[in-house]
Write a protein that binds this ligand. Structure first.
Ligand SMILES: Cc1ncc(COP(=O)(O)O)c(C=O)c1O
Length: 462
């Protein structure tokens, strides 16, 4: 890679500035400065419009490119499939769809049906619709409320935002859809902000707060509970000890369907195929997107059990008795074709084992940074999905001004390492540095990420 590109890159930058509306960023600075354009990627590295090489410690910015860039075998599989058959609506099956669903279900004991769609938001909407339809079919429309948790995120559509626990994301986009009900977060580091939170058995207590909401709403009105296994954009929140066991118990007790949003954690990110598999959970729905094909094609899945599936086919004479839903691009064959190769790569290259080993190593390295820099209040994560929360004061846990957290990211960037920070999620709480390198990351890569962070923290905080 020598920094020369096929197209005149300056023209590309001008076209971008003139016409592209970038996601989640302010555009005013582009009137004088340049937007970043990523031109090429290989392994864990990307090259920008200036030909500068960066170590991408965030897998494409948003926890996506799990197997790394430049995988010719995925590209070839997609190409071959597109030539054979690029598309047919999901009312029919496809060869890669059938093969991938079998491979996926093999990794998800207890689950049995895969509904293909094309974004995480949409996969979550499918689960919401299934829960609502079950409420109509089985409970006279009554058991239709869906619970979601403070700090969790489930997507950008109005439906998914109605289920969104991040107030800054949601601000100015309401009104939202009714009958989505919020439950408290389970972030042990900030338990002091929750009234009555105990020092001991916090996990069980946090789960009991969900039960309180269920009882207040009336269990006969609550159909589903939607949770991230490890909260991503809300602060990389690993669940406290005892939490999930109690959550599962509560769902069973009140006949509430448990929907696990694995859009970030799914397909290897945390060192197991799915995040929920760390905690012995038996979900009714699992949704996934980003890592399913590592961004080589758009694919998302809403996976459920045979028990749920059966509820949609028990009366073939009733024209309303099936899931009357379609996702046009859920019928694209590129998605499952890419996902099959993605899964083969993870297995053949032992990437789950690497994720565990490198994740543990990186967590240790972040803890060593915490010993050195008082501004790191907490370090959390699972596998190669890690966060470091920055605080102005360790005792009060007052978050740092988020502009300072953003400066740390910029200082890492200046050293050609791309890291992330929680972004526009919770007012005043966008203070957690985020790390999610590709699952192929080596010890050298992690050392580079840690060294850049160390230097950046020194530059910003002294
Ligand atoms: C946990 C979680 N769920 C759902 C989504 C939405 O996925 P998408 O952007 O593909 O709609 C995201 C996106 O970041 C996410 O982090």
């Amino acid at each position: 890679m020598d920094g020369t590109f096929e197209n005149d890159i300056n023209k590309i930058v001008d076209m971008d500035r003139a016409h592209v509306w970038h996601h989640l960023v302010q555009h005013k600075p582009f009137e004088t400065g340049q937007p970043r354009i990523i031109v090429e990627g290989k392994g864990i590295h990307v090259w920008d419009q200036h030909g500068k090489k960066h170590l991408d410690a965030v897998s494409g910015g948003v926890w996506t490119v799990n197997v790394g860039y430049g995988r010719e075998r995925i590209a070839n599989a997609v190409r071959d499939q597109l030539i054979k058959l690029n598309y047919f609506a999901g009312s029919a099956g496809s060869i890669p769809g059938a093969i991938f669903s079998e491979m996926l279900i093999d990794k998800m004991p207890g689950m049995s049906r895969v509904y293909f769609t094309n974004s995480g938001s949409e996969a979550n909407e499918k689960a919401f619709k299934m829960i609502r339809q079950i409420a109509h079919k089985r409970y006279g429309g009554k058991k239709n409320k869906i619970l979601y948790r403070e700090r969790d995120y489930h997507g950008s559509t109005i439906g998914a935002m109605s289920c969104g626990g991040q107030d800054e994301r949601n601000a100015q986009y309401g009104p939202f859809s009714p009958d989505f009900v919020r439950v408290p977060h389970c972030m042990e580091y900030r338990r002091h902000e929750q009234e009555g939170a105990p020092e001991q058995n916090y996990g069980e207590w946090a789960a009991e707060q969900i039960e309180k909401v269920i009882l207040a709403e009336g269990p006969e009105t609550v159909g589903g509970l939607c949770l991230e296994p490890v909260t991503a954009g809300g602060g990389v929140i690993t669940p406290p000890e005892g939490y999930w066991q109690k959550v599962q118990e509560i769902c069973r007790k009140y006949d509430i369907l448990l929907h696990i949003d694995e859009v970030v954690c799914g397909v290897g990110r945390t060192g197991t195929w799915f995040g929920y598999q760390h905690y012995g959970i038996e979900p009714d729905f699992v949704t996934m997107a980003k890592g399913v094909a590592s961004g080589y094609a758009a694919i998302a899945c809403c996976v459920t059990t045979e028990r749920v599936f059966d509820m949609f086919k028990d009366d073939a004479d009733d024209p309303m008795n099936y899931f009357r839903d379609i996702s046009t691009f859920g019928g694209c064959t590129a998605g499952p074709a890419a996902a099959i190769e993605n899964m083969h790569i993870i297995e053949e290259e032992g990437l789950l084992a690497n994720t565990n080993a490198m994740g543990d190593y990186m967590l240790d390295q972040l803890r060593a940074l915490q010993d050195k820099h008082a501004v790191i209040g907490d370090v959390r994560g699972k596998g190669l999905f890690l966060g470091a929360e920055l605080v102005a004061d360790r005792d009060s846990k007052q978050p740092v001004d988020e502009k300072l957290a953003q400066r740390v990211v910029a200082e890492c960037n200046a050293q050609a390492v791309i890291i992330g920070v929680t972004n526009r999620s919770i007012p005043g709480r966008n203070n957690t540095l985020c790390y999610s390198p590709a699952l192929i990351a080596t010890k050298d890569d992690i050392d580079q990420i840690i060294a850049a962070t160390d230097e950046a923290l020194t530059r910003v905080f002294g």
